[in-house]
Ligand binder design. Structure first.
Ligand code: ZN
Length: 424
């Protein structure tokens, strides 16, 4: 509990003091890794980076980055040889997006407390009952749930990798019996659950909060879930390699980076830090894990800091924009123009009432389908659709054939809603 109390104390720090704490912890983990782990000594020496010279942000920017490939090849070498093996908790990630990656959590790091702190922003206490919509096969996610189960709370689970209407019905009845304070899970799974409730005119016990993860959350999907389940939906950002990177407060103005335990940077293709407001590759540093330190690791997502960085909630943690997609979530034109997933996930943001969800698919012949689920009472003839299509045409220099299609459901990969699917 002492750790939890200390984390809460950091919420009262001034921005300057928090930045100082963050930088001091960054210097400390880099030096620690260099002095304890031969991999980092070799990696930094071969890139002519000496941690002893690390005194300011410019020095920090010279630290070579870890890529997914480096992590895949060197995962066992990143393990700190000076900690007992019993401190390591292995987890395999990235099954659906490529070759699996092996990473290790440090059992001495209180991931539970990190979770409770964020949930406290949403008015949820750790001992309250919980409901989960998740995919059983994901080990990393199961671990996330396991540590949330540390308190003797009651919880119900719905495995969204294969949800039949009767599975959803059983889950719904359990939720109504248990009356959990919050529901959490994959965006796609919670979306399907909401849709079932709406389509069947069912009633759900109203939770204090719904927390979604594992896929970009479009404003239209957020609105649909909030309208249907009658509770606020909060976006949280983490990846299987590192939980608890950033989360929304009740203001939902952006995601507060948990900068006392994590560091997030956005880098361009030459690994230079981009300006606030500009998109870059998400690059993360774990300030806590000494058993398997990940320092300046590019996790494959794309995002940006918000320019208007002040939130009235009073938290000192800086704000990033919602993570709107993977670096690879782009569509391309025959002449080579690429349109980023970060833009594509926002195309309905000015028309959140039009659709309950959408998906963009680029086919082998470069043509693009925008699959939409029309909101109740809306028409496919709404001028908004034509405007969205025109804007996309303009961005592609009129090179792409774009077709709007209307369906009742979207393509999912085990509850993970993919925004952009490229068949190219
Ligand atoms: Zn805030």
């Amino acid at each position: 509990m002492e750790i939890f109390t200390n984390l809460l104390k950091n919420e009262d720090l001034s921005v300057e003091d928090l930045n100082q704490l963050n930088f001091a912890k960054r210097i400390s983990i880099v030096k620690y890794a260099y002095n304890n782990i031969p991999f980092y000594k070799k990696f930094y020496d071969s890139n002519s980076f000496n941690p002893e010279s690390l005194t300011n942000e410019n020095d920090w920017n010279r630290i070579p980055c870890l890529t997914k490939n480096i992590l895949r090849e060197s995962s066992n070498d990143i393990i700190n040889p000076n900690v007992p093996k019993s401190r390591l908790k292995s987890t395999t990630t990235g099954g659906s997006t490529g070759e699996p990656l092996q990473v290790y959590f440090d059992r001495t790091v209180p991931l539970e407390a990190f979770g409770w702190r964020t949930m406290s922003w949403w008015g949820i206490a750790p001992w309250e009952n919980q409901a989960f919509v998740y995919r059983n096969v994901r080990k990393g996610f199961r671990q996330l749930i396991n540590f949330l189960m540390w308190w003797p709370t009651k919880r119900v689970l719905l495995d969204c990798s294969s949800m039949s209407p009767s599975d959803i019905n059983v889950f719904l009845n359990k939720v109504n019996d248990l009356q959990p304070s919050f529901i959490q899970g994959y965006v796609g799974g919670i979306y399907d659950f909401s849709k079932y409730i709406k389509d069947n005119g069912r009633k759900l016990h109203i939770p204090k909060a719904i927390w979604v993860t594992a896929a970009p959350l479009s404003e239209s999907t957020r609105k649909f879930i909030e309208d249907t389940l009658k509770a606020p939906v909060y976006d949280q950002y983490g990846c299987s390699e590192m939980f608890w990177l950033a989360a929304e407060c009740k203001n939902k103005k952006g995601l507060h980076v948990l900068s006392d335990i994590r560091h997030i940077e956005f880098l361009d293709s030459s690994d230079e830090v981009v300006k606030d407001g500009e998109y870059g590759d998400v690059t993360i540093t774990d300030l806590e894990n000494k058993a398997f330190p990940l320092i300046r690791y590019k996790n494959g997502d794309s995002g940006r800091y918000l320019v208007d960085n002040v939130c009235t909630c009073g938290l000192p943690f800086p704000l990033i924009d919602k993570i709107k997609g993977r670096v690879s979530d782009t569509i391309r034109t025959p002449s080579g123009i690429s349109i980023s997933g970060a833009y594509l996930t926002t195309i309905f943001d000015d028309y959140v009432h039009l659709v309950d969800g959408f998906q963009i698919i680029q086919h082998k012949d470069y043509s693009v389908s925008i699959n939409c689920i029309l909101s109740q009472g809306q028409s496919a003839n709404n001028i908004g659709f034509a405007k969205i299509k025109n804007e996309l045409l303009k961005k592609s220099n009129n090179e792409l054939e774009i077709n709007l299609k209307f369906y009742n459901s979207l393509i999912q990969d085990g509850g993970k809603l993919k925004f952009v699917i490229s068949e190219l």
